[in-house]
Ligand binder design. Structure first.
Ligand SMILES: O=C(O)/C=C/c1cccc(O)c1
Length: 497
């Protein structure tokens, strides 16, 4: 039986990104996907700087960036048109080395992910192949799937299986995970249109219409694409409301049938769920398989990308035999313990925003919706730390920025999949580093501003660019360095840049 390091079930953005990352670390990867081609219509329309940084690692950031749209922010307005809550987004390059937010067309992203996979050694992609059986046999997992193009059942094995197989995940059933329910389950009509000609009065902001009778969302997508999401009321028929005549009636406040074509109309139930168990033995979940969010923060695909960024290097260390035995189990356990609280925080905030949209912006709902309830009608993007796992002290588990090196390059371009020490120059002098660990100092980069944001004189960064901790003394820094695990991709010599 053919054996791979990792089998990924599901070839959406999370599965494809994970396959790229694992292959970059030298692992053999099988991707099984039931459909013959990527879904041709948009679903996710927004991602943030943290996600763009992951796209940078796999070499697609420069390809997707020209296809994205600028994103000034989101506004919540009342039925009377009053601004209830403003959520502006910083413009220009931010701490992650990229803009804070991007609007995109999901089929563009999937095309790029798949085109580049063709040139990625180590990845086998099997489309029209439906997995129907996985069995953790202790040392490996057996997977059975049907190749639907040939009507043939095949058996393969993998050291680990990751279910990136969406809300109805097969792998989640094998894990037998229940779901934590955050109480939001609503039907919304999603309408994607392509304008015939520009209509600047629609604006570039996302707008949440907090209209009690029919809450709705408008999102400006790249080019001539625009999206509306409109509440379906209890008792309304999903098929009836998705008919073109009815859709145009619902859109009539914004545009008419002579101004655009309908690209897609579909009724979705937006859920707020987190899987109780993200792992059982060698079976793991990522993306919608382990969390589903209402869309009001545009964070659905982002969460899946964060999952795979947290997971890939841990799987690489295990598959390469660099972490074994009880340490391997403990390392794999940190995937759920770190990721779940972060995913939960985004979902709970999205549910609160949904509450604001649905209750027409009453004072109480406005206060409840604000992540930091300071009374102002302005909110900022949240950046919840990951939960407890690897790391030392209160500065562990923060997403660190991406310093620009003196030659203008971004840090991760130089230290791909490496651990990196970032330190004030005087703390860095004479440091003895394990092989392959990078060193970035305040002398040769703009690390000072990133360290100031963390509130430490030095830090150690994991391959996913979360902090292992902060240090202000040589002793504290030495303790962090002692906790570094081997690199997923070994570098011959540590570099000081
Ligand atoms: O731009 C954002 O931050 C959010 C975008 C978005 C996308 C889809 C649906 C929504 O309610 C919001």
């Amino acid at each position: 039986m053919q054996e791979y390091d990792v089998a990924i079930i599901g070839y959406g953005p999370a599965g494809a990104t994970l396959a790229h990352l694992l292959a970059q670390c030298g692992l053999s990867v099988l991707v099984l996907e039931r459909e013959s081609a990527a879904y041709h219509l948009p679903r996710a329309v927004h991602f943030d700087a943290e996600v763009m940084r992951v796209f940078q690692w796999i070499g697609i950031a420069e390809k997707i960036e020209p296809l994205t749209a600028l994103h000034p922010g989101m506004r919540f307005v009342s039925a009377e048109g009053d601004l209830l809550l403003d959520w502006p987004r910083p413009q220009g390059e931010g701490p992650q080395g990229w803009r804070a937010n991007y609007r995109f067309h999901q089929p563009d992203l999937e095309r790029i992910l798949r085109e580049d996979m063709a040139a990625r050694p180590g990845v086998t992609v099997r489309t029209r192949c439906e997995a129907f059986f996985v069995e953790d046999q202790g040392e490996r997992v057996e997977i059975r799937f049907e190749d639907m193009s040939r009507g043939k059942v095949e058996h393969v094995a993998a050291k680990y299986v990751v279910g990136c197989d969406g809300a109805r995940s097969l792998v989640r059933r094998y894990i037998e995970s229940g779901m934590e329910d955050y109480g939001f389950h609503e039907r919304w009509l999603v309408v994607d249109v392509i304008l015939n000609a520009d209509k600047p009065e629609l604006g570039d902001h996302s707008i949440q219409y907090c209209v009690p009778d029919r809450p709705a969302t408008y999102v400006r997508c790249p080019g001539m694409r625009r999206r509306w999401e409109i509440t379906v009321k209890p008792g309304e028929d999903s098929a009836e409301i998705a008919r073109p005549e009815r859709v145009w009636e619902l859109l009539s406040d914004w545009l008419g049938p002579d101004e655009a074509v309908l690209e897609r109309t579909a009724v979705y139930v937006f859920h707020s769920l987190v899987a109780e168990d993200w792992r059982k033995g060698r079976l793991l979940l990522a993306g919608d398989a382990c969390h589903q969010t209402p869309p009001f923060m545009g964070q659905g695909m982002c969460a899946g990308t964060r999952d795979v960024a947290n997971l890939y290097w841990k799987l690489a260390l295990l598959c390469q035999g660099k972490v074994t035995g009880a340490a391997a189990e403990a390392l794999l356990d940190t995937y759920e313990s770190e990721r779940k609280p972060n995913a939960r925080e985004y979902i709970q905030t999205a549910v609160r925003l949904g509450g604001l949209i649905n209750t027409a912006g009453t004072e109480a709902a406005l206060r409840a919706a604000l992540p930091s309830a300071d009374g102002s009608a302005r909110m900022e993007s949240i950046a919840p730390p990951i939960g407890p796992g690897l790391g030392i002290g209160p500065k562990a588990g923060r997403l660190f920025g991406q310093p620009r090196l003196a030659d203008g390059r971004r840090m991760d371009e130089v230290f791909r999949h490496q651990w990196v020490v970032v330190a004030e120059a005087d703390l860095a002098r004479g440091l003895a580093l394990p092989p392959g660990v990078g060193l970035v100092t305040t002398e040769t980069s703009n690390a000072a501003e990133h360290l100031a944001r963390l509130g430490a004189r030095a830090t150690v960064l994991r391959p996913d660019r979360h902090t292992l901790g902060g240090a202000d003394t040589p002793e504290a820094l030495a303790a962090l360095i002692a906790a570094i695990l081997p690199n997923p991709i070994p570098l011959p010599e540590p570099e000081m840049v």
